[in-house]
Design a protein around this ligand. Structure first.
Ligand code: NAD
Ligand code: KPL
Length: 309
């Protein structure tokens, strides 16, 4: 049962993470409304009878309320659960509905999309998130909860933790309020830049990078230089050690970027390696190996007909 006085969580994007959050919040009695892309998608969702979440091999269907961006009701709390490249347009479509003082929680990986979103909705408080949870879609309106993880949330402009973290607690969403969320996002970006592009170019699992130790080490050196240059010394500290640990621990997995390319899906390159290289150029910092990696990856994507941004 949901508490009728509680603030509704509007969740844009019934994809992997959006569905995972929506189902867990709704199960905990928190009011949730999905925002779907078009009236056709809304009709298809209603025909399907809701969202299915697969946990430990068992699928269960949840009939959550849903609407499109064109619905009239004001939005006080929005979870933006789309890809980084869709975030700015998605929030722009909801800007007229966002009440003054509304909160927007941004689940996007990488960096760059968060600033673009914040500029579109100056009336709202934007809360940044970085998550190690894993989920994927294995059918229409069906999401598999693949890996338990943790989500860090924070607001670089206001360090006060919001009271609604209690909703996440009730929903069993493992989280912490971070006083330095930008450091977390930069660190994750650096890990992704050191691992994901090489797995695409060598067409290998993460463990395949154990065959390329010098290349990984050189990239980590340049990424650490970049992090220090943009005021993130904590995110730079022992980066190479952590990259090696992640490669070992996830040796059997394909990186998310490898999976995207293998499935012919658009990648988030512009918010990962693209953002790193653009930031280096802005600081007039020469990072030749990172730049060469970016150019190789852009060529690789273009050859496969995938967007370069
Ligand atoms: P996804 O592609 O599974 O889901 C995104 C959904 O957003 C799609 O259903 C898409 O149709 C929808 N969408 C896009 N624009 C929309 C709009 N204007 N209106 C309504 N719906 C819209 O993506 P995901 O895997 O959930 O990833 C979301 C973000 O979370 C990404 O930045 C990703 O890197 C990050 N992330 C994902 C995982 C994971 O395991 N899936 C883990 C950590 C971080
Ligand atoms: O986050 C990752 C990804 O695949 O996107 C890891 C496993 C850390 C590899 O960079």
């Amino acid at each position: 049962m949901s508490d009728s006085n509680a603030t509704t969580w509007h969740i844009l994007g019934a994809g992997s993470l959006g569905s995972l959050w929506a189902v867990r919040l709704a199960r905990a009695g928190v009011p949730v409304r999905l925002i779907l892309r078009t009236p056709q998608r809304l009709a298809a969702y209603r025909r399907a009878g809701g969202l299915s979440l697969v946990e430990q091999g068992q699928a269960r269907r949840y009939s959550l309320d849903a609407e499109t961006a064109a619905a009239p009701a004001p939005i006080r709390r929005l979870l933006l659960a789309c890809k980084a490249y869709d975030a700015e347009d998605a929030v722009a479509s909801l800007a007229p509905r966002l009440a003054g003082g509304a909160e927007v929680i941004l689940l996007q990986n990488g960096l760059g999309s968060q600033d673009a979103v914040a500029a579109r909705v100056p009336q709202a408080r934007c809360i940044l998130a970085s998550s190690t949870e894993g989920a994927f879609r294995d059918g229409a309106w069906r999401v598999v909860f693949a890996g338990h993880g943790h989500t860090w949330l924070g607001d670089p402009l206001d360090l006060a933790a919001p009271a609604w973290l209690a909703d996440l607690q009730r929903a069993g969403i493992a989280h912490d309020w971070s006083l330095d969320i930008l450091a977390r996002l930069w660190r994750k970006l650096a890990l992704n830049c050191a691992i994901n592009p090489l797995t695409v170019l060598y067409d290998c699992r993460n463990g395949g990078l154990l065959q390329h130790p010098a290349e990984v080490a050189t990239l980590c050196g340049e990424l650490a230089e970049l992090l220090r240059c943009c005021g993130q010394p904590d995110a730079a500290s022992a980066l190479h050690d952590e990259v090696q640990r992640v490669i070992q621990a996830t040796a059997a997995n394909y990186s998310s970027m490898h999976q995207d390319v293998a499935l012919g899906r658009r990648t988030e390159i512009a918010y990962l390696l693209g953002h790193a290289c653009a930031t280096a150029r802005r600081h007039r910092l020469l990072l030749p190996h990172l730049e060469a990696l970016h150019q190789r990856l852009l060529r690789h994507l273009a050859e496969r007909g995938l967007p370069r941004h």
